[in-house]
Design a protein around this ligand. Structure first.
Ligand SMILES: *[C@@H]1O[C@H](CO)[C@@H](O)[C@H](O)[C@H]1NC(C)=O
Ligand SMILES: *[C@@H]1O[C@H](CO)[C@@H](O)[C@H](O)[C@H]1NC(C)=O
Ligand SMILES: *[C@@H]1O[C@H](CO)[C@@H](O)[C@H](O)[C@H]1NC(C)=O
Ligand SMILES: *[C@@H]1O[C@H](CO)[C@@H](O)[C@H](O)[C@H]1NC(C)=O
Length: 384
């Protein structure tokens, strides 16, 4: 029953009208994806800037570390596959990147607001959403100039009209919520700054729209109170743990954020008359993985696959891939579990490829979206 009021409020403002039968609409043929976000959608940004996500990240799909904090693919990878596009290269990655069909500005640990702390102090990425937006703008302005030089640039950079026809995807906000708790703020104090966080988010969407972006795909934030990372890091009383083992204050804050995010999306639709903005309820999908794990084919959803010890097989000092030296030999002490395909949580913070695939399958047809249109239709504005 956590925050039933907030959920109700969200329902009231999210009126949806689908004027034409969906089947009569053409599919969108997105030529590119531009993604902004945090680790939920980082395909190599933080790794390029601060060192590779270590083995055993990547073991399931890529069979080597691939810049993702996951054993395999992220939701953004399944989105790219579904749209017939290559996986997104990280904008910050200068090795073998190919941006002809998009670029990824996300980095693990990114927040919407700049944090005024260094990465070593707080763990948050300095590549916050405002920086990602600057990088996107630079990329957008310089691409056509470089492309005109021809040769390899023509094969590495998007066509000029790709910027207006692209799908702009967002998955960010979770770290803004944990940032307050890390500063020992109360839930009310965290809630109090959420409007400022979302105001800054909204400005970025407006900026991209001004530069010609039209199709936006916005993931809401997940149940951060169900992550072993939160359960391990923050002080939580027994009364705050629900029957699924999740910490209710953090989930309540995520709900609050999502509710306000929905308001912001609603307002953006009014302010940006040519924008098609799809709000995707990833929260509900992630939460189902904890509440209905067994039914969905998963085991012990709160137990980390790749970790080391403790109640959740998670130790923040011995994260996935941590090594020790024993008898002069390096050994990985936080290794992968036997079967990541039945696990929900990969490393205490991020979901496994199996969980990401299941979520993608649920959301691709629009049944978790507002308006409820499939991914391939997300260029169509539905409310006029
Ligand atoms: C960082 O500092 C600036 C300037 O004092 C302030 O406006 C901003 O809100 C701060 N950011 C956070 C996340 O506290
Ligand atoms: C970049 O990827 C596109 C699409 O896969 C491909 O057509 C193009 O040749 C690639 N560019 C280079 C330089 O390999
Ligand atoms: C938060 O509280 C803990 C425990 O009292 C303390 O160790 C830590 O320094 C505090 N952090 C900040 C940023 O005030
Ligand atoms: C969307 O796809 C999911 C998973 O395949 C399925 O269970 C659901 O019924 C579909 N919903 C609609 C509206 O087609």
């Amino acid at each position: 029953m956590e925050n039933a009021n907030a959920i109700l409020l969200c329902l009231i403002i999210s009126f949806i009208s689908l004027p034409s039968p969906l089947t009569s609409l053409p599919t969108c043929e997105f030529p590119a994806i531009f993604n902004l976000g945090d680790s939920n959608s980082d395909t190599g940004g933080l790794s390029a800037a601060f060192g590779q996500a270590p083995y055993p990240n990547g073991i399931t799909h890529f069979h080597h570390p691939a810049g993702r904090y996951c054993d395999g693919r992220l939701i953004i990878d399944f989105i790219a596959e579904d749209l017939g596009l290559p996986y997104l290269s990280a904008y910050l990655d200068s090795m073998a990147s190919n941006f002809s069909h998009g670029a990824n500005f996300a980095t693990a640990g990114s927040t919407i607001r700049p944090q005024n702390t260094t990465r070593s102090q707080s763990g948050y990425s300095p590549i916050s959403l405002d920086v990602q937006y600057v990088q996107y703008s630079d990329f957008h302005q310089r691409s056509p100039v470089l492309r005109k030089q021809g040769g390899v640039f023509e094969k590495l950079l998007p066509m000029e009209d790709s910027f207006s026809r692209a799908l702009y995807t967002f998955d960010i906000g979770q770290n803004d919520l944990t940032a307050g708790y890390k500063l020992n703020m109360t839930t009310d104090q965290v809630k109090a700054y959420v409007p400022d966080v979302l105001h800054q988010f909204s400005n970025v969407v407006k900026g991209i729209y001004e530069q010609g972006g039209r199709s936006f795909w916005v993931h809401n934030t997940g149940p951060v109170g169900c992550l072993p990372y939160s359960l391990d890091l923050f002080p939580i009383t027994a009364a705050q743990i629900n029957k699924y083992g999740c910490a209710t204050p953090f989930n309540e804050v995520a709900h609050f954020f999502n509710c306000k995010l929905k308001d912001v999306v609603f307002q953006l639709r009014k302010d940006l008359p040519l924008a098609a903005i799809t709000y995707v309820d990833v929260y509900s999908l992630k939460y189902s993985l904890f509440t209905q794990a067994k039914k969905l084919g998963f085991e012990d959803p709160l137990i980390t696959c790749c970790g080391h010890g403790g109640k959740y097989n998670f130790n923040s000092k011995r994260r996935c891939g941590s090594k020790i030296i024993e008898n002069g030999k390096e050994i990985v002490i936080a290794n992968a579990c036997k079967d990541p395909s039945v696990k929900v949580i990969w490393d205490g913070i991020h979901f496994t490829e199996a969980a990401n695939r299941w979520m993608f399958k649920q959301l691709v047809n629009g049944s978790f979206s507002d308006p409820p249109i499939p991914l391939k239709m997300a260029c169509h504005r539905m409310d006029h």
